[in-house]
Structure formats: C-alpha cells, structure tokens
Design a protein around this ligand. Sequence first.
Ligand code: RIB
Ligand code: CA
Length: 315
Amino acid sequence: MIKLLLDVDTGIDDALALFYLAQAQKQGQLEILGSTTVGGNVEVAQTTLNTLKIWEMLELDIPVAAGANNPLLVPLSPAPFVHGDDGLGNSFLSPPKKMRAEESAAEMILRLSRQYSGELTVLTTAPLTNIAVALLQDPSLAQRIKKLVLMGGAVFTGNVSAVAEANIANDPEAARIVFRSGIEMTMIGLDVTHEVYWEERDLEPLIKIDNQRSAFLLQIIRFISAAYESLSGWRRIVLHDPLAAGVCLFPDLVKTEKRYVDVELNGDLTRGMTVVDRRGRTPLGEENMEVALEVDAERFKTQLMQSLLVWIQEG
Ligand code: RIB
Ligand code: CA
C-alpha cells in the first residue's frame, strides 16, 4: 500500500486534494502517515489551522507539523485574493480541536523518511521550502524517499508570470535544492493541471445535494473560480493539487517524459521558471524527473467528483 506524506499550503485546491486522499485512504488505497504545512497561499499559521480543520471535517486523525512561513531567501508573497483571507474562500471555519504536532515539518519529514526508508511517497502541493530545509539538514533524505510527486512548474506556460508557476516562483531557491537533490520525482505542472478544471455546469452533482458539506465545497470552489475569472477571464477552478494527488494513486493519469529540469533564479522576467531541457542530448545535466505532458482529464475529474460526493452524502 502507498505510504504517503503530504506537504501542503492549504489553500482551496490543496483542501480538495485532502478530501480526495482521505477517501482513498478510507477505501484502503493508501496510508497517510503525516502532513506538513508551509507558507504559500496564506501564512503557515493559517495553512496549519486549515489542514487540521480539513482532517477534522473528514474525521481523520492525521498529524500536522508546521514548517517554514517564509521562503529561504525572500519574504512570503501570499495570495489571499485567490484563496481568501483564511485560505479557504473566506468560509471562516471554527478553529480545529486538535493541535499541531510538536515536531517541525522538517523533523517530521526526516523522521518518516527514516521510519519508512525506501517506502515513502511524498506529495507536495506547495512551495518546496520544507523539503529543502530537510535536505539541507540531511542530504541523504533523497535516497530514502521512494518518490516525490510535486505540483509545480510548467514546460510551456506560467501563472504568476509568463513562465513561472506559483509553487516554484514562491521559493525558487528551495525548488533548485530539491530538483538537484537526486530524489526520484514526477512534476505535475501547469501543462497538465490547466486541462483539469470545473466550471459552474460541472458542479451540478454537488448542487443537487443540499447540505452543509456541499455548501462548504461550493463556497470554496466558487470563491476561487471568481478569483480566477478576474485574473484570467475564465470562471473555473483549476484542479492543480487534486491532480497531483491523483497521480500518486494512478500514475497512468498522465503521460510523462524523463527530462532534466532546473529552476531559474535570476532572470528579471524569468525568476522561478522551470527550465525543462527537451533536447535529445542534455548538456544541462542528467534527466532528474518525469515531467507530465498529457493528462486524462475526464477520468480524473470523475474520480474527484465521486470522492467528494461520498463525503457529502455521509453528512
Ligand atoms: O500554481 C498552482 C499552485 O499554487 C497550487 O498548489 C495552488 O494551491 C497555488 O498555491
Ligand atoms: Ca497548493
């Protein structure tokens, strides 16, 4: 069974990834060993509360360890206009009952990597600061992780700039450390996540069930859809983080190419860009990750909707 550690900046689409993974755990498809939080969509204090609260809503007792608020070298640039002041679409949920773990995110990452050496899948849906901090403390972490699936980066596009994706752009130095660490990685970037979205008409199954759980999900989905419309012109939720979660369970949801990928740190226009060397010969370096280029969007959207509906119908 997949043994999973999540690193998240919960966040609306992170939250949907947690709902999806929780359902997979209830069906015996994986075991979530822990979750670590980082500053990203909002400050780490809030992403930690949100993660604790989502696990509570799902009636799961999964430890949450708080990590870095700021990127390695620069201050945090949160995105409350996309995710709400509380990171969950201004739903302002009551505080979680459970406290965060006493250990830090880096401590949890290192501890689980030792306890489950060679077995641990890590899913990151956030800036890579916590993983980089753990690697700086113990570079041999790279050899103990079975696989890291990361939502971040892009081959041909960007979101926070023409060429950079938010999770990488928020901490390019951390991303570079992780990319160069030797960890076995799969990059789920914007080239595939932009294909996987819901518009209002796709929400019909949620709308049909009128209870508090569906109201919460509709609130957060509609909040981010409206924010996305003001930024891009399209009223939709792009299912970035849930797709990366889906790939942990079903790697064949995406088609990948093994490539050398590094991160631009300096360009005025290109800081945070993932530079993917697609040449036959790769003078930049040895191929260091699988890069997703195609996705079976319909299959995943159906899976995700089904797992949300199970939770709603239990409510
Ligand atoms: O670029 C998409 C990513 O940035 C997602 O992880 C989302 O949560 C946002 O923070
Ligand atoms: Ca995220």
